[in-house]
Design a protein around this ligand. Structure first.
Ligand SMILES: NC(=O)c1ccc[n+]([C@@H]2O[C@H](COP(=O)([O-])OP(=O)(O)OC[C@H]3O[C@@H](n4cnc5c(N)ncnc54)[C@H](OP(=O)(O)O)[C@@H]3O)[C@@H](O)[C@H]2O)c1
Length: 350
């Protein structure tokens, strides 16, 4: 059994890590931390876990957690992880960071997208971007994983095959819609029920911080620099993300070439599904049928009128967009079956 600890286990991502890891046949959770819930049973904060665990939150500092475990998950806000990680990395513990702090390779990108100087720039190159569909081989040989951003995951997984196949010219415009759990469990005015319920609210029309990750990974997969413009909306869901990306192409888009690009990259992927049907309700990716699962659903449509390809990516932000992807990356890092702990379908109806 591999021993794991979760720092920031009382948050939404921490809760999903707990749910998944409690069902993982190779993992034993030995430490879960929270500053606000010290001594409380985990199920008091995550009521869905009642009857599943008698774990209690501790106030252990991350180095103490690291001394007891093989893998430490950091499910803390961005800007917190990069202060903890340098000392943790010295211990040799395997780190899976859910925050944005080690996703970007170039320290200057943190100034550009986050507005701060990175305190540990030397570690950036050592982290592997934890998207198995693009970085499986590197994940096998690392002990440091930076789990991608949730909206970035939906956009990258849906766009990467086209970029790789040379079918995109750019710029690419990503329209993202996300449910309320994307903002985490800490309440604010914008997540207050009266203000959040029923919205289709533009909350980041330009300059969303996940843009840097999307550009980085599309360049990684294609060797070509794409400019990405992203607009994010808060919509009336608790979970789920849909990214609709508009990519201008210089020649008439051909559906058969796009199909081929998806097939050649994803045929063997355990958690990517093509959704493109002529009939039925779910003709295109829809987050509703990913909820609770680690699947990323991808699909597209061509628009010859304006020589545009419209690409769709749908995920559960807390699973393929966070905790599920993290466990999938851990499985690869530890040479477990990639599906271990994740082999469950989405909920329907939900
Ligand atoms: N929500 C999503 O859809 C999503 C998707 C992908 C990635 N992420 C990333 O995953 C991380 C966790 O997100 P979340 O949605 O779970 O947030 P959250 O619900 O707000 O949880 C944050 C957790 O971190 C702890 N924490 C907060 N400040 C801390 C500090 N200064 N030192 C130590 N612990 C601290 C909190 O517990 P205490 O206050 O009790 O200590 C809590 O357990 C973030 O970096 C987020 O950007 C989130």
């Amino acid at each position: 059994m591999v021993k794991v600890g979760i720092v920031g286990a009382s948050g939404y991502v921490g809760g999903e890590l707990l749910r998944i890891l409690l069902g993982h046949p190779e993992a034993e959770i030995v430490s879960v931390t929270s500053r606000q819930h010290v001594g409380e049973y985990v199920f008091k904060v995550h009521p869905n876990l009642k009857g599943m665990t008698s774990l209690q939150f501790t106030a252990e500092d991350p180095l103490t957690v690291a001394s007891k475990v093989d893998v430490i998950f950091l499910a803390v806000p961005h800007g917190v992880s990069c202060k903890i990680t340098p000392k943790l990395a010295e211990t040799g513990v395997k780190i899976v960071d859910m925050s944005a702090d080690f996703r970007l390779k170039d320290a200057a990108e943190y100034q550009k997208w986050y507005g701060w100087s990175h305190p540990a720039p030397d570690l950036l190159e050592k982290f592997v971007y934890g998207l198995p569909e693009l970085h499986r081989e590197e994940l096998k040989n690392t002990s440091l994983v930076a789990v991608p951003g949730c909206m970035a995951t939906a956009a990258i997984v849906s766009l990467a095959p086209l970029a790789k196949a040379g079918l995109l010219d750019g710029p690419i415009f990503v329209d993202a819609k996300i449910g309320s759990s994307g903002a985490g469990g800490k309440p604010s005015l914008s997540t207050h029920f009266s203000e959040r319920f029923g919205v289709v609210r533009v909350y980041k029309p330009v300059g969303h911080r996940h843009t840097g990750e999307i550009e980085q990974e599309l360049k990684y997969v294609s060797g070509k620099k794409f400019k990405v413009g992203m607009t994010a909306h808060a919509v009336n869901m608790v979970r789920g993300i849909l990214t609709t990306s508009h990519a201008i192409v210089s020649s008439k888009p051909e559906a058969s070439k796009i199909w081929k690009a998806y097939r050649s990259m994803y045929t063997s992927e355990p958690f990517v599904r093509f959704i493109m049907d002529k009939k039925g309700l779910y003709k295109y990716p829809d987050p509703k049928i990913t909820i609770g699962s680690n699947f990323a659903d991808v699909g597209f449509e061509v628009d010859p009128y304006v020589e545009r390809v419209v690409v769709f990516g749908a995920i559960d932000n807390l699973i393929k967009g966070a905790a599920g992807n993290a466990v999938q990356s851990m499985n690869i890092m530890l040479k477990f079956d990639e599906r271990e702990g994740l082999n469950f379908p989405a909920l329907h109806p939900v």
